[in-house]
Design a protein around this ligand. Structure first.
Ligand code: CMP
Length: 142
């Protein structure tokens, strides 16, 4: 068993549509542990830092505009194989192609406005975590 941590966002479209509870509930029911949780409204520089791996992509400016368009909910989830398990649960990036039963498959119909984000690797988790959280915001084991 490999206990991992992953970083999940409920994006501005998910927050505006009242999907915070739905998203968190799915992870709780799966058995993942919430280790940190907060609502934030990213400014442009934080958003650019968070999505820095996409800075050369044609959709980068639009993505930064979208992710700063309203508050988001950021959380750290922990559990066995949490990174791959959560990626499976959120589904493919494009909501039109995401499998039914996944979060994007059930709630998204767009490639950008796709309700949630989750780390795709341990390296991404470490970088994303450092942009949004400090170690003191992570609760001890419970
Ligand atoms: P996310 O998993 O947060 O990772 C990068 C984000 O960029 C992605 O979800 C989408 O919100 C967005 N994105 C990815 N590909 C495209 C695209 N082709 N056009 C617009 N936005 C995209």
């Amino acid at each position: 068993m490999a206990v991992e941590r992953t970083l999940v966002l409920v994006k501005p479209d998910g927050v505006k549509r009242g999907l915070i509870g739905e998203v968190i509930s799915r992870f709780e029911r799966k058995g993942l542990k919430i280790k940190a949780l907060k609502m934030v409204w990213l400014d442009k520089s934080k958003a650019e830092e968070f999505y820095s791996v996409h800075k050369d992509k044609p959709f980068f400016n639009s993505l930064v505009e979208f992710i700063t368009s309203g508050p988001i909910v950021a959380m750290v989830l922990e559990g066995d194989s949490a990174i791959s398990v959560v990626r499976l649960m959120i589904g493919a990036t494009d909501g039109r192609k995401a499998a039914p039963g996944t979060i994007r498959g059930d709630f998204a119909l767009d490639i950008q406005d796709n309700v949630v984000h989750a780390s795709d690797s341990e390296e991404s988790f470490r970088r994303e975590f450092s942009v949004l959280f400090s170690e003191e915001e992570v609760v001890p084991d419970y």
